[in-house]
Write a protein that binds this ligand. Sequence first.
Ligand code: SIN
Length: 486
Amino acid sequence: MLYLNDPLLLKQQLFINRKWVDGDSEKSISVQNPATGIEICKVASATKEDVVFSIECAQDALQTWRATTAKQRAELLKNWYHLIIENIDDLTSILTVEQGKPLAEAKAEILYGASYIEWFAEEAKRMYGDIIPSNKSSQRLLTIKQPIGVVAAITPWNFPNAMITRKAAPALAAGCSIIVKPSETTPLSALALAELAQRAGIPKGVFSVVIGVDSKEIGKELTDNPLVKKLSFTGSTKVGKILIKQCADTVKKVSMELGGNAPFIVFEDADIDQAVKGAIASKFRNAGQTCVCANRFLVHSSVYQAFTTKFVEATKKLVMGNGIEAKVSIGPLITAAAVQDVHAKVTYAAENGAKILLGGSPSQLGANFYPPTILSDVTPDMRVFKEEIFGPVAPIIAFDTEQQALELANATEAGLASYLYTQNYSRIWRFSERLENGIVGINEGVISTEVAPFGGIKQSGNGREGSKYGMDDYTEIKYLCMGGLV
Ligand code: SIN
């Protein structure tokens, strides 16, 4: 059961034009707790007409919203931020029951999500243009930044709150209106955010939420519709590529935060205890279901045994179970299919010579649970090395030289996060500059924060979220050339 201090935060309708609407009378979405398989509630499913209407309302709303002052937009965003903090316990419970992550992690996500709203409320006031020295004395040149227009955001199930605020806050701060399509697996956090946005006074049409059983159909409308000027997507590289193609016909600006395959490199001069702490934080956050989770552990052969032994011991302390129980530190995977996929990758590795040091077989706790698993003697041809695991599995591979570590680290199409542990400052710079990633954690396993740019290179996507760069994706630069001056 889900007990809330404010039961009105559990919404089951779509939020369009500041109204709660029913969607398709023939269809609904069953939202289930991944830890128990029990249905939490049913949620409305949008028709194509609902999606079109939400876009038209966003376009109408844009005209007044973009004309508000940055200070006015900042005030509304701050109201939203404070309401989220006031309701943090309810938002945490909703997140845990629909997504599975333990309460402490869910609460951390709500704070993390809220931090983007607070940050962009502040950044709204700093959407500066430039004065450019002209080559002609009769001219003055300048640039202004303007909102790009109606934005569509397609967000994933692994962070049902923070991936919405990370897109909506900079969009609203810049003066854009936005339609959010959260994952149909975890719509309740998105709808609770919509309820709080309404209470915060965000005007009609500026922030809408549509969800549907046919997410492809909704995605097609959001990408095809010429009124939508920008798509921001967080999810798999496979789906991202489809969405980029769909956006090509209307030449939409896109931001893509796609899959990762993060190397976690432990050099011979690393502080091993610090590396183990970082490994636990990075690998097992959200049961391994983040795109910045360490995916491959590259460990210098001289410290391989020491690191592996300590890593196994520390991992044994994790308590797997239903995230609603206070003692639990690692929850279920999102579906039984995800468990099967993770297990297939582990089995393939074991059949090809990897040693299972911990875990390695599905758990008795239920179809969605997979235990923390550590594999040694991994080789680069194994799926756990080549593919994003998205589960609590840590494959360890040995290296002997810095050059070898670099080649292994970069041997992937993905380029989101990477981690390195060493005490050598020359190596830190040398290696960080040659890593093909958007983010490098140096002696640090927790790299996500609203104040720094989050995003990848290569097939991990484009654009940056958070930080002083985060509003660039939602603005256009207009150049004004003033001539005829005497
Ligand atoms: C993600 O997995 O998509 C986001 C992770 C983060 O923000 O740290």
